[in-house]
Design a protein around this ligand. Structure first.
Ligand SMILES: C[S@@+](CC[C@H](N)C(=O)[O-])C[C@H]1O[C@@H](n2cnc3c(N)ncnc32)[C@H](O)[C@@H]1O
Ligand SMILES: [Zn+2]
Length: 377
């Protein structure tokens, strides 16, 4: 296996030379003996900043591949306690060992276990779960691996299941009743949060979302555990349903599940259940991340990180987003510009979930009126 070196953040990482694994001039990271995906650099950059804000005393990078995440947590998030690296693939663990040594990571431990088995054996302050596709089979063990008030970082790339495009897969992986809703990017994130909350509640923990987001083709979630049966019960109170009217486009969240009709027009409702209907982030924590961000101005993604944290902060005051393109077409109007809509509504913001998405505190009828008055032609 020929190795090449890549620099990511402050880490120098050895990885299998991708050119050896090309097929018909194409390369997919999954074809390499050890996985490394440059399209996930933003995910890792953000995670480095978040982990820095949490400053955990012990870390489990449970699916390490090359070890890049854990190594960056040491070099850039300045984690000084033990970092446990793990991968079930022996080629990966061999490479992790090399990468740890060349980057001078102290207090590192390398394991070659099945992720679930390891997560049931250790207790750390921060666990990073970064699987291929769905994290669902690992969530129960992941929440169990955390010490009191520990934080879980999760990546999910199975968006077609979570967004309700693959309804059966959504049901199988998340035990959910799924439908494709126009705000599917947010719906999928809320479905995943509900799943984590339910898994946590089994071991008498509640969850408190610190930062959750959608980007490109994945979700990334950071949640703090709140220990105790009472906290778990309170968390379960934040699980309910998402609804969208097929006729007028009105959408809302509600507790429990019912087959109601649209309260605006009487039309039939599409729904997703069970979904998280609580907050998607902690504004105070976002403030802490923002404060720490300048330290990471050496990252190529620094401006994008800054923008994202800004968007997440302004979005937290509002509920579900509306799609301007969807509502405009229902009204048979041209889509107004986002600037005009925000000005018309007064209290509204763009959302990181969707280019045509808007969040507002205003009533649905006001959104429709603004589309009518702002659209040209
Ligand atoms: C998406 S990659 C991880 C990428 C890495 N975290 C990064 O940021 O570059 C998933 C890794 O998990 C490993 N893996 C998959 N299933 C596993 C399991 N059940 N237990 C342990 N490792 C597993 C794979 O071998 C692969 O290296
Ligand atoms: Zn309606």
């Amino acid at each position: 296996m020929r190795l090449i070196e890549t620099v990511e953040g402050k880490a120098r990482i050895l990885l299998p030379d991708p050119s050896e694994y090309e097929r018909d001039g194409r390369f997919d990271p999954a074809w390499s003996p050890v996985f490394y995906n440059p399209r996930m650099i933003f995910n890792r950059d953000l995670s480095v900043v978040v982990v820095s804000s949490i400053s955990p005393k012990s870390v489990l990078d449970v699916m390490s591949a090359t070890g890049v995440r854990g190594i960056r947590y040491y070099l850039e998030s300045e984690v000084r306690g033990e970092i446990i690296f793990n991968d079930k693939n022996p080629v990966a663990t061999e490479l992790i060992t090399k990468n740890i040594a060349s980057n001078g990571v102290e207090k590192a431990r390398v394991e070659r276990s099945d992720a679930n088995s390891l997560m049931h054996r250790v207790k750390v302050e921060y666990t990073d779960l970064d699987p291929f596709g769905t994290p669902a089979p690992f969530l129960q063990a992941a929440v169990s691996s955390l010490r009191r008030r520990g934080v879980l970082g999760v990546t999910a790339t199975d968006l077609s299941a979570l967004e309700g495009k693959s309804r059966n897969s959504c049901k199988r992986k998340y035990g959910a009743f799924c439908n494709k809703l126009s705000f599917s990017k947010e719906a999928g994130l809320r479905l995943l949060l509900a799943k984590i909350a339910m898994e946590a509640s089994i071991v008498e923990k509640g969850i408190h979302p610190l930062i959750t987001l959608y980007r490109d083709y994945y979700y990334r979630i950071f949640v703090r555990m709140e220990d105790g049966a009472k906290k778990a019960d309170n968390t379960l109170e934040k699980i309910g349903s998402l609804y969208e009217c097929e006729s007028c486009g009105y959408s809302f969240m509600g507790k429990g599940f019912c087959d109601r009709v649209c309260p605006v027009c009487g039309g039939s409702l599409r729904s997703m259940y069970p979904a998280w209907i609580g907050e998607l982030a902690d504004v105070e924590f976002l403030g802490k991340v923002k404060e720490l961000l300048p330290r990471f101005n050496y990252l190529e993604n620094f401006p994008a990180l800054f923008k994202l944290i800004g968007s997440l902060t302004s979005e937290q005051r509002y509920g579900l987003y509306y799609r301007l393109d969807v509502l405009s077409s229902k009204l048979r109007r041209n889509m107004p510009s986002m600037e005009e809509m925000i000005k018309c509504l007064g209290d509204a913001t763009r959302t990181h979930f969707h280019l045509q998405g808007i969040k507002t505190s205003k009533e649905f009828h006001e959104v429709l009126e603004c589309i009518k008055s702002s659209s040209h032609g």
